[in-house]
Design a protein around this ligand. Sequence first.
Ligand code: ZN
Length: 412
Amino acid sequence: MPEVLFSVDQSKPFREQRVLGHNRWHPDIPPVATVRPGSELRLECREWFDGQIRNDDSADDIRDVDLSIVHQLSGPIAVEGAQPGDLLVVDILDVGPVPQERGPVAGQGWGYTGIFSRVNGGGFLTDHFPDAYKAIWDFHGGEATSRHLPGVRFTGIIHPGLMGTAPSRDLLATWNQREAELIATDPDAVPPLALPPEPRNALLGALDEEAAAAAAGEAARTAPPRENGGNQDIKNLSRGARIFYPVFVEGGKLSAGDLHFSQGDGEITFCGAIEMGGYLDLGVDLIKGGMEAYGVTTNPVFFPGRVEPRYAEHLTFVGVSVDEQGRQHHLDAQLAYKRACLNAIAYLTRFGYAPEQAYLILGAAPIEARFSGVVDIPNSCATLYLPTAIFDFDVRPSAAGPQAADRGRCAS
Ligand code: ZN
C-alpha cells in the first residue's frame, strides 16, 4: 500500500479532520504534501456529502441536504518541478470503499444513489421527477444490490467522480466570468443555470483565516467539469486509467474525491452514481511542456481503466431530438439522450418498477451511452445500452410479454 498522504477519519466531518481538504477550486490553497515525479500515494476520501446521507428508507436527507458543502476533496498534492504548461500524468492504481470498515457513513459497506428534487439540485429528468428519492446499495465484494431496487445486481465500475489540478488565477477569473454571463441570461432559473462562488460553507484547506475569507468570494464551485478535469464523472476512470491533466499552477496541485462504486454514463439523476467514501491510490509523473507539445491545452486526455464489468448483451434504447410534446428540435444531442432515458424508463416500468426506481437503476448501473448520430438533420440520435444480465429476470422483449412483479419501492 502506498503512503497515505491524505487521511480521513470517517467518524468525523470533513471540517474536523486533522488535515483539512477543500470544497472549492482556488490557486492559493496550499498543498497538503509535495511528492517527486514517479511517486505513488494514497488519498483517503470522504463521500461528497460528508456523511449527511443516512442508510434508511426516507429521502428527506436528499431533499433537504445543503449543496453548498460539496464536494469534499482530498488534497491538493503538489508534484515537484510541475510548472504551468506541463502535463501531470496520473495513474489510478487502485480505488475502493473504506477498507475493512462498517458504519453509518457511505463507503462503510454501503452507498447511495439520489434523485434530487427540482428545487434543490434537480437532475437530467427533473421535469418528470421533481421530488427526491433515494436507493441504498449494499456492497458484496465487487457487486452491489439494493433493497430499494430488488431484482438488480451488478459489478461496480469503481472510479473517482472528481479529480483535477488547481486553476491559475487567470483561469479562475475566466470561469467566474463566463459562468456569471450564463447565469445572467436567466438568473431565476430553477435549477440554476450555473453556481456562482458561494462563501457559505467554503472550505479552503490550510489557507489562513484572512486569506480564506478573501478567496471564498471567488473560489469556484466544484460541480462542473472544466479545463482542469474536475467533476467529469467519467465512469471509465477506473483502475488502470492514466489521465494527463493540464498544469496551470506551480506544483500542479492535484485533488480528488467523490468516489463512486458504480455509475451509468451521464450520471443522470445528478447524484446518479453509487456515492461512497473510500481510498484512491495514485501514481504521478510529469511530461514537461506537454500541453503545447501535444496540443492538450483545454481539457485532459486519458486512457480508460482496464478493470471494468464485462457484460456481453445490452438492450439498447434510442432517442432522437423530438421533445415530449412532439416538437421538433434541431440536432439537440442532450434532448436525444433524454428521450432514450425516458424510453428505457417506460420499458422497465412494464416489469413492475416504479418510474423513479427505473431512473435510479439507469443512474447507478454500468449503462453505456453514445452519441450515435449528430449530423442527420434535424434529429440527433442518442443510444443507451442497458446490460441485460444485471437483472435476475429476463428483461428481453419476447412474445411471452414482460414478467411484471412486485418490485418494492425506493426511499421517498
Ligand atoms: Zn458523485
